[in-house]
Ligand binder design. Sequence first.
Ligand code: BGC
Length: 859
Amino acid sequence: MALWILSTQLSVLCALLLAASSVNAQSGSSQPSISTPPTSSEPATETTLITLPISSYTFSSFPVPSASPIPGTFSSTSPKSPPPPGSELIPDFAPAWAMAHSRAKEFISGLTLEQKVNVSTGVGLGNGPCIGNTGTLSLLDTGSNTTRLSWPGLCLSDSPLGVNYVDLVTAFPAGITAASTWNRTLLRLRGEAMGAEFRGKGINVALSPVLGMGRVPQGGRNWEAFGADPFLAGEAGYETVLGLQQNGVQACAKHYINNEQEHKRDHESSHVDDRTEHEIYLHPFMRAVQAGVASVMCSYNQINASWACENERTLNQLLKGETGFQGYTMSDWGAHHSTLAAVAGLDMSMPGDISFGSGTSWWGANLTAFVENGTISESRVNDMAERIIAAWFLLGQDDNYPPVNFDTFDPFNPAKNQNVNVQADHYKLVREVAAAGTVLLKNVGGALPLRAPKTIAIIGNDAGPSTRGPNGYFFNFGLDGTLARGWGSGSTSMPYLITPLEAIQERARQDQSDVSWFLDNWALAGTQPLVGSQGFVNGANDTAFGQDVAIVFVNADSGEDQTINTSNIVFGDDTLDFGDRGNLTLWMNADNLINAVAAVNNNTIVVVHSVGPAILEPWIENPNVTAVVWANLPGQESGNSIVDVLYGDVNPSGKLPYTIARRTEDYPAEPVTGGTADEILLVEYTEKLNIDYRHFDANNIEPRFEFGFGLSYTNFSYSDLTIRAVHHTDHTSAALEAAWADGEASPNVEGGSTAIWLHRPAFEVSFTVANTGKVKGGEIPQLYLHFPSSAGEPPSVLRGFADVLLNPGQSKALTITLSRYDLSVWDAGAQGWRKPDGQFTFSVGASSRDFRLKGSVPL
Ligand code: BGC
């Protein structure tokens, strides 16, 4: 059955992608085009004059670290054996990269120009088994060089929550759920388990993680990413990359950069000032680089009027220059716009053809011709190939890496599909992450956890199965039944989906509770409910009336690129702008449903499965709504994970990775909509540093639930705050540290933003957390920095968090470190990281507004 679905999906996928690409190729007035497919004997040229500046940036294979590794703090590490999450040891991948580059340099030294171009150019959509495939190199003339090998090419595949387009894989909780755990260990384990599945299928490159910032709460793909704070997203991205790559899979950090809305994503220009770019949007990508990420995918949009995949500033200067990224960049599918993109820092064209299936390419023979006629230097092509082959060596993919064992585009052909089962026991981790990523928002009068209620009403379409099964909509472009992931390439097919209805019934069997349900969101029935036991149910209120507890399941969906609405989807009732949410209300009559149920049942518990924030004002203060549980997007074990939380087997410890506002207008920005087909839409980042909670704090706007908020079934107290400077005996960077202390900006050298002296712990903040309640529980203490007013920073910025699990009465001392980077702002004039003048204070507490301890940094 799963295969039948897959096949259906894939045939539509091809049609869809072809249609999308022809639109893209035809509509861009500013894009150069190639009229005839190029051949090697007759090189095609671009017919439109390209004004892309030729870079003055000098290419080097890998940056020279600006300080030597510090024994005991920075250990020379292979990506396949990173230190455990939260370890004092900070991995230094520079030596592993250096070795990989040296092998790659040797490997490519005997290749012809065409062969090197082949390494960098995808073979075209559908011309290989994976959603992306590079060219291959057959057995090379080894000569005296024994290390030279044939090269099988790369298989690239989605998605950020598991392997897409194949069968017998696990559907993990989405990125937004993983981020809501604020738990580095779980984030790492999720990455590691996903990596094992990618590897098991023979996929070289996992197109994961998504490191967008959720700038607009309606952003269609926000759920694929890790929330609306750069520090949180950076830590989640860091752990995910380490986990994925631990299994020898290459991770791909995407979508670089400023791809913050889906509406006209390939016809919008994000206008972002340099400081905001560095402090907000670049930060998570920098953390991915620090985790040794192999590849970075440039996005569909423009940044400051230059396409992301030919943007000299973001690719060459920021990524390869400042962060010292040593892997390769690839285009998002169809985001490649010119041959000269090579000069601006693009290393791989994906999927390789200009419009899908056209047989044309900006690279291939075009790139060869541009090198032969002197437009692009061969050293740039060498650098591209070297970076790609180096990433392959870095992850040990030359050493018994499994070959691809499926064909995305031909799933029923037994000769091409071995149907390898890679699921192992990952379902256990799915359940654990989904429960840990569930956030308790309201709990009045001990409504939760449930204690063997005699009668339970389960209400709402989101509680049950879809009439079409878990994979009934192509690319998940539809909503019917419980929501466990959004739609688009960031989805996966599910091996199964445990619904809340199913799991609660199983639990009820243990407690001998009576369970009734009503799954139609529109049939609310009258204000004089009939008693369900009479066997006469007209609507939700009839089912909810007289029951010990009524649990209402509701949702809000979004996704990539496509609009779903009532005309092609069964229950969607929202107005969407190509993937983005048209508004922040819950879907499918949810507000009316909740209020109708609460009108007849004074113990109404609301469970929300959502891609992002929603406006809860129509019912949040209703006294009969006794508890609200924010379950995000849980993946295949949805029902089991919510049962764990509802019944208290897991004490909720999740925290919101974004703000839930009282009104949509309270958010700092919304997607820009409209625009004619050819128009490049201007998206101005006028809120600058003040995304999400930073804006609410700066403007004294009361949120409904603030960033970092989440309740527990127990209580925690905070005490004993201390802060001390970290002294070290290594003096290699003493001059840099002294200059920084004097307020000088850090030097803008290659790898300067990831320099070791800037990131080593400079201060250690210690405090104690105690469980003062009656049940075991986990807490996520958060550290917010308050910069001196001279800095022009938001009032509070997240700079650290920890997780601790405590028995009742138990307490534990915790430490969070601050680096010089943490205490710096980006000085756009000096182009470096600088400590602002004045007094730095900080708070430690349970959310971005629940500060329990305050201190100042002894600078
Ligand atoms: C998406 C990427 C994805 C790629 C390949 C694009 O449309 O933006 O996230 O990796 O397709 O499926």
